[in-house]
Design a protein around this ligand. Sequence first.
Ligand SMILES: [Zn+2]
Length: 172
Amino acid sequence: MARPCQCCSSPRHERIDVELAGGETLASVARRNHVSVDSLKRHKARHLSPAFTAVAVEHVREQSARGAYDQTVDRLESLIDRLEDLLAVAEDRKSLVGGANIAREIRSALELVARLRGELDTRPVNVAFNVMASEEFAEVLSTIIGTLEPWPEARVAIADKLNAIDVQGVRA
Ligand SMILES: [Zn+2]
């Protein structure tokens, strides 16, 4: 008789699905959820819905896009700090022209940061963005997949529907 799948029978199997689909390494998923790497490999190949994976991959992609954005804002802010130091030096030296140039640079960097922030807060794209990137979203996915456990057909049907959702359309 075939052994039951260690991952499917784990009390943490919804977590396992979310983490696997999210692209985490087998080793770290195995360690965190107390299952073997081999059983994870089999589970991933045979039991993890491709549609579910697609949704989770999108979720991870949005998170890394957000990471790149945060990095840009961070760098701009450290640039502004350095420009402010330069401005202090220009003031000490009573360099009016140099000071005015630096002040202009600071102003345009501040405007850029404000614009980036404003876009993130107000564009509809970011409503979808934030939902996709949230803990709650992962929680909802995990709950849906978990609740449907006794009905594999329903699980597949839901996963297909999820896959069919036009995330681009939501964002536009
Ligand atoms: Zn399994």
